[in-house]
Design a binder for this molecule. Structure first.
Ligand code: CMP
Length: 133
């Protein structure tokens, strides 16, 4: 089983990519592949299509295309659930201590990382970064 962990432009700008990858390794997750890229507007709209009708959609697309992101393909048992727990709640102020978002997120829009929320979405989202992962 695989999932996508994406380090967002706010974390890249803060220069905490290495710290987040260290957390991933310290937690024992297996990194299968990794890539930095910048989303086009069209890709960002497709990546976040489930949020298309939400009031924050435009801000979300603008933010995610504002700079490079780093995608990590992580593999393991129950990986989707384990990585979701590892990153913490969407709103960093509500994230459990020592989670990635608690440590490096700023607010709900600039929350350092994204992780797939289901196996189906993981498969879909991984394709934005990797041909084969
Ligand atoms: P992410 O896990 O990348 O999935 C969708 C993103 O929308 C979410 O993290 C937040 O960064 C962003 N977002 C902005 N405002 C909201 C909101 N009010 N509720 C949920 N997500 C939001």
């Amino acid at each position: 089983m695989k999932t996508l962990l994406m380090i967002k432009p706010d974390a890249v700008k803060k220069k905490v990519v290495g710290k987040i990858i260290s957390m991933v390794e310290e937690r024992g997750f297996d990194i299968k592949d990794m890539r930095m890229k910048r989303f086009t507007r069209e890709e960002a709209e497709r990546f976040y299509e489930v949020h298309r009708n939400r009031p924050f959609f435009e801000e979300l697309v603008r933010f995610i295309t504002s700079g490079p992101v780093v995608g990590l393909c992580l593999e393991g048992d129950d990986i989707v659930e384990r990585v979701r727990k590892f990153i913490g709640a969407t709103d960093p102020s509500k994230a459990e201590p020592c989670t990635v978002r608690a440590l490096y997120g700023t607010d709900i829009s600039h929350n350092a990382v994204h992780a797939s929320d289901s196996a189906e979405n993981a498969e879909r989202e991984l394709k934005f970064f990797f041909e084969n992962c």
